[in-house]
Design a protein around this ligand. Structure first.
Ligand SMILES: [Zn+2]
Length: 133
């Protein structure tokens, strides 16, 4: 009988307010604020979600290469996937500054090939390419 009276006392405790489970609003807000990494194109300065930009990486060996997966180790710089941002006269000096690396002939060739593929999506390539300096 004494134990039963103890139970009754617990339910009469003024600290027990009878409220249900806490509201989930705070949890839902945290879930909605999903973090999207944003990077800036070195050519035009536009900030975009990282996965919409093309990453150029300086590998730990000091080689500059295109990183279409975005997962290579090393220091990265970013360009929009637009031909305008792949004007290499503008883009290469900025990439070199951003990566603190020298873009050698091999790296330049792969950048040029990618720039060509971007332009090729808009306009067909002529059969011969003019040499311009
Ligand atoms: Zn751009």
């Amino acid at each position: 009988m004494l134990e039963l009276e103890g139970c009754i006392l617990i339910y009469d405790d003024p600290c027990y307010n009878g409220a249900g489970p806490k509201s989930n609003n705070e949890v839902n807000l945290a879930m909605a604020k999903k973090h999207v990494p944003v990077r800036t194109c070195v050519a035009c300065g536009t900030s975009r979600p990282k996965r919409e930009l093309i990453r150029i990486v300086r590998t730990p060996e000091g080689q500059v290469e295109l990183d279409l997966t975005g997962k290579k180790p090393g220091r990265g710089a970013y360009l929009c996937p637009r031909a305008e941002c792949w004007d290499l006269k503008v883009a290469i000096p900025r990439l070199q500054r951003s990566l603190r690396a020298t873009i050698d002939e091999t790296a330049r060739a792969s950048l040029e090939a990618y720039a060509q593929s971007l332009r090729g999506a808009n306009a067909p390539q002529p059969a011969t390419v003019e040499e311009t300096s």
